[in-house]
Design a protein. Structure first.
Length: 99
């Protein structure tokens, strides 16, 4: 997520964008009907079908449930790197590693 912040998109904005995606399943058919076009039969747009979106929403809920019980960044009294268990660059300055 840190690279999104550097590009000017905060985690809050990113969350809003992701959470509003289901609204497109309601708006998109109305726009298609108004314009007289449809992209639901195209193989290129299978990800936009309601069934696929519902499946993705279920997958997101599974991930959210998993992360509620498995904190990927627990607060500990020691510094630890996810990759090698020796240092944590995120808190390196707080722990005087680079001073």
């Amino acid at each position: 997520m840190r690279e999104n912040i550097e590009r000017g998109v905060s985690d809050g904005i990113l969350t809003k964008l992701i959470l509003t995606m289901p609204i497109l399943t309601i708006v998109s058919p109305q726009v298609e009907e108004f314009r007289g076009v449809s992209f639901t039969t195209s193989e290129h747009h299978t990800d936009a079908k309601n069934s696929r979106i519902l499946l993705y929403n279920e997958d997101v809920l599974k991930l959210v449930d998993w992360f509620e019980f498995h904190d990927p960044f627990p607060i500990e009294d020691f510094v630890m790197s996810i990759s090698n268990l020796h240092s944590n660059c995120y808190r390196a300055f707080e722990c005087d590693i680079f001073r």
